[in-house]
Design a protein around this ligand. Structure first.
Ligand code: BES
Ligand code: ZN
Ligand code: ZN
Length: 458
């Protein structure tokens, strides 16, 4: 399903020409006896950055539904001067989104007789040397977004913390990224009561995955990404209902995204120091589970009063946020499928972003727009602390009222992230694709593209 890209000025045999039109429809026509696919982008003047991300995906969708394997595009067709996006960036966006649209998670399906129907080759016309480079760079970015989607889509039984660690270690081999995996013993030594507490109901051993890439100077402070790595979230003793438990093998999407971003940073040879921390555990109900009412001592020394075993993400993240302190980071960004409430607040088209520093929030929002991994701010005012004050422990892992759950979740994390500049991305709204995304069903691979932009431009 990896597209083979070539560049040329003339169209060889066996390639179907795809043209972008100002119509709103997409159709296949025969012109001079040759098949052509016309993809409607609407009036040129009405193009937006958001629509531009979708346009190459529509191209792939149209080619697939016409059962065409080899297509030709003219990069000139993607020239939208009103957007004021540099040509190279447009080329990169085209490269990324063609490859994202061509991905499907077929590992567990029987191959149909006629094959999968992926687009195999794209011949790009009208790309100068720089644009060709940008397209290739885009393809690389897409490879790692798709790697992230593969990890997240894999069923929970085949993606336990140990298996997740193994997959990531395998990908790190020879990449220039140093991978280390802590087990239960190591975490006991570090007093990571949060990860250990959530994991204690499962037969699967928790792992704390650490990736380090040093592309910058020795003295440059690193950017640390922290990703929620719950490999299956049943809710624990506060068991989720049938509808809620569906797709909870993707509750490690944040962890998959931060790992993919660091591996991609190495591949792109970014001159930055970057770390990914993934507290990985399975949240299961059993005779050994943590219980509502339990009080957990975290690595920070602060205690958590467990009011709801289904609010497990913030419990494992508390230890990872404390562990991040040892890097003296320039910035910490955590990524988590933290709350259904974020989805209630924003719908399924954008992730929530939180920071105590409005400049960081604005920066991330801007980079989100550039990357196509959109984020939208929600408040983090001190007053919300009252909602998560513990009665018998320092902080309660669930709020005292049912309102603003994404905010109280973020406020909880903030209690463990006070020692460095920090942002929190609640990506629950973007865990899985929706119809208008023109992406295969399942994980979106967000926000890998945003994380890379942060490394490039923060
Ligand atoms: N993993 C879930 C959040 C989630 C829900 C992610 C839907 C993606 C899609 C998280 O661990 C959870 O269960 N959160 C609870 C928190 C509550 C108990 C405070 C929630 O959102 O209901
Ligand atoms: Zn949960
Ligand atoms: Zn969860």
């Amino acid at each position: 399903m990896n597209i083979k890209f070539t560049f040329a000025t003339k169209i060889p045999k066996g390639f179907v020409r795809v043209r972008i039109t100002e119509s709103s429809d997409t159709e296949t026509v025969i012109k001079n006896g040759k098949k052509e696919i016309l993809v409607g982008a609407g009036p040129k003047k009405e193009m937006t950055g958001r629509k531009l991300q979708i346009l190459p995906r529509k191209v792939i969708a149209a080619a697939k539904s016409a059962k065409v394997k080899n297509i030709t595009l003219d990069l000139e067709d993607f020239d939208f001067p009103s957007l004021k996006i540099p040509k190279n960036e447009i080329a990169e966006i085209v490269g990324i989104n063609l490859d994202l649209a061509n991905f499907e998670f077929v590992k567990y399906k029987t191959k149909p007789k006629e094959g999968w129907g992926f687009v195999e080759r794209v011949l790009v016309l009208g790309a100068d040397k720089d644009e060709q480079k940008s397209i290739k760079r885009g393809v690389l970015v897409a490879d790692y977004v798709n790697f992230c989607r593969k990890l997240a889509n894999t069923p929970g039984g085949e993606m336990t913390p140990a298996l997740l660690a193994k997959e990531i270690q395998k990908a790190a081999q020879g990449s220039g990224v140093k991978a280390r995996v802590l087990g239960r013993r190591d975490m006991q030594r570090l007093k990571m009561g949060g990860v250990l507490g959530v994991a204690q109901g499962s037969v699967a051993e928790p792992k704390f995955i650490i990736l380090e890439y040093s592309g910058g100077n020795k003295t440059d402070k690193p950017i640390v990404f922290v990703g929620k790595g719950i490999t299956f979230d049943t809710g624990g003793l506060n068991l989720k209902p049938t509808s809620g438990i569906y797709e909870m093998h993707m509750d490690m999407s944040g962890g998959a995204a931060v790992a993919s971003a660091v591996l991609l940073a190495a591949k792109l040879k970014l001159k930055k120091n970057v770390v990914a921390l993934i507290p990985a555990a399975e949240n299961m109900p059993s005779g050994s589970s943590y219980r509502p009412g339990d009080i957990i001592k975290t690595m920070s020394g602060k205690t958590i009063e467990v009011l709801n075993t289904d609010a497990e993400g913030r419990v494992v993240l508390s230890d990872a946020l404390t562990y991040a302190e040892r890097y003296n980071p320039a910035l910490v960004v955590d990524v988590a499928t933290l709350t259904g409430a974020a989805e209630v607040a924003l719908g399924q088209r954008v992730s929530a972003v939180f920071s105590k520093d409005d400049k960081i929030t604005a920066k991330l929002q801007g980079l989100g727009d550039e990357s196509g991994d959109y984020v939208w701010p929600l408040p983090l005012w001190e007053e919300y602390e009252a909602d998560i004050k513990g009665t018998f422990g320092d902080w309660a892992n669930d709020a005292k009222n049912k309102f603003g759950g994404a905010i109280t979740g973020a406020m909880f994390l903030y209690q463990f992230a006070k020692k460095y500049p920090w942002a929190h991305i609640d990506m629950a709204p973007r865990m899985t694709s929706i119809d208008g995304d023109y992406l295969a069903k399942g994980a979106t691979g967000e926000p890998v593209r945003l994380l890379i932009k942060i490394l490039e431009k923060y």
